[in-house]
Design a protein around this ligand. Structure first.
Ligand code: 6MZ
Length: 346
């Protein structure tokens, strides 16, 4: 590893936008494939390699393949444990994992046991002393509509109270071409009222202006992607004004957006727009397994594409702490950790 790569690996980092089943590494996929050889799934079907690009549609096909491989409590425990340890090995000190609870009749998996198993993986890593603080956002898949969204929020509310602070919020994700945010508004409002934080995928594709405007009225506590919010790409100044006035941090995933073809190239990524505005932006991986990346690489890419110094990169990773959904005490602990680590890097 060259010196620059070492800097990015050792840089303490905060990861706030990571979908569990999109984060499964090649090594873990191999273990899953050997558990289920009858499915005839090859690794090439679960990841998008260097230089390759897919449509968002094709990306969602990849998730369907991974879901076939991950359909028991045992699988989820292994996947979540591996993913947490991989983030820790990449220098991530605080991680918010998100995942959509699934029910699988054939294996007896229920949405409740799904959430319990992710929590078990987080606790297991903690007991083993893995150097990372992990929290969980329960995800709503937008294609499943109003009732499932409400059911998910009810479960998340229950776990928020019983998980010792591990369940902290709700994610709204899924294929952005399917469904409409207005159907999910009551569930999201209920979640917010109960104290769950909201991270919503907004304007991941063009022509979602009405939906974004509606969901911004909640308002969410963070925005995922926000690729088409600003006027230069068909968004609107009024959407930008709302995001800026409410200081809603944006989670930005460079490789995901380039490989998923919603952004034409790294240099045209909307990181530039929001960073230059001085708006809180947080670099994230989205789906590190599917897009073959890690958070160190995302920081390095942002720096080389937009000419950021090591000091500027440090500031970016440090400021991400302000956008976490964990409590104030955790923010303080993380800030102290960053202060302790600073002299080792500079
Ligand atoms: C929207 C995405 C996504 O929940 O099974 N997901 N939703 N946009 C994206 N951009 C590429 N990447 C992942 O992880 C996989 C699920 O996360 C959401 C989709 O709902 C996908 O099925 P979990 O752990």
């Amino acid at each position: 590893m060259d010196n620059d790569a070492v800097f990015y690996r050792e840089l303490p980092k905060v990861e706030l936008h990571a979908h569990l089943n999109g984060s499964v590494s090649a090594q873990t996929i191999e273990k899953l494939i050997s558990r289920k050889p009858h499915l005839n799934i090859e690794h090439s079907m679960t990841a998008i390699g260097k230089g390759q690009r897919r449509t968002l549609d094709e990306c969602f096909e990849v998730f369907r393949v991974i879901h076939k491989l991950v359909d028991t409590e045992e699988d989820i425990l292994m996947v979540a444990t591996d993913v947490i340890k991989e983030f820790a090995a990449d220098g991530v000190k605080y991680l918010e994992l998100r995942s959509t609870p699934r029910e699988e009749r054939d294996t007896g998996l229920t949405k409740r046991s799904y959430i319990e198993t992710v929590i078990k993986a987080i606790q297991k890593c903690k007991e083993e002393g893995v150097d990372i603080d992990v929290r969980f956002l329960v995800a709503i898949d937008r294609r499943n509509g109003t009732e499932v969204a409400l059911e998910t929020v009810n479960l998340a509310e229950e776990f928020m109270l019983s998980s010792d602070g591990l369940v902290v919020g709700i994610d709204l994700s899924g294929d952005p071409t399917v469904g409409h945010g207005k159907d999910l508004l009551p569930a999201l409002q209920k979640a917010k009222n109960s104290g769950l934080k909201l991270s919503l995928h907004l304007s991941e594709i063009p022509s979602q202006l009405d939906e974004s405007d509606l969901l911004l009225s909640l308002p969410p506590d963070r925005i995922g992607h926000g690729t088409f919010l600003h006027p230069e790409v068909g968004g609107s100044q009024s959407l930008v004004d709302k995001v800026v006035q409410k200081k809603i941090p944006i989670e930005l995933c460079l490789t995901s957006n380039v490989k998923g073809n919603t952004v034409p190239c790294y240099a045209k990524h909307h990181f530039k727009y929001w960073y230059e505005l001085g708006h809180p932006t947080v670099l994230c991986t989205d789906d590190k397994g599917v897009f073959c990346t890690d958070l160190s690489q995302e920081y390095q890419l942002a720096a080389s594409t937009f000419g950021l110094s090591h000091e500027a990169v440090w500031k970016l990773s440090q400021q991400a702490i302000d956008s976490i959904f964990g409590p104030e005490t955790v923010k303080q602990q993380l800030k102290e950790k960053w202060n302790d680590l600073h002299p080792q890097l500079f």
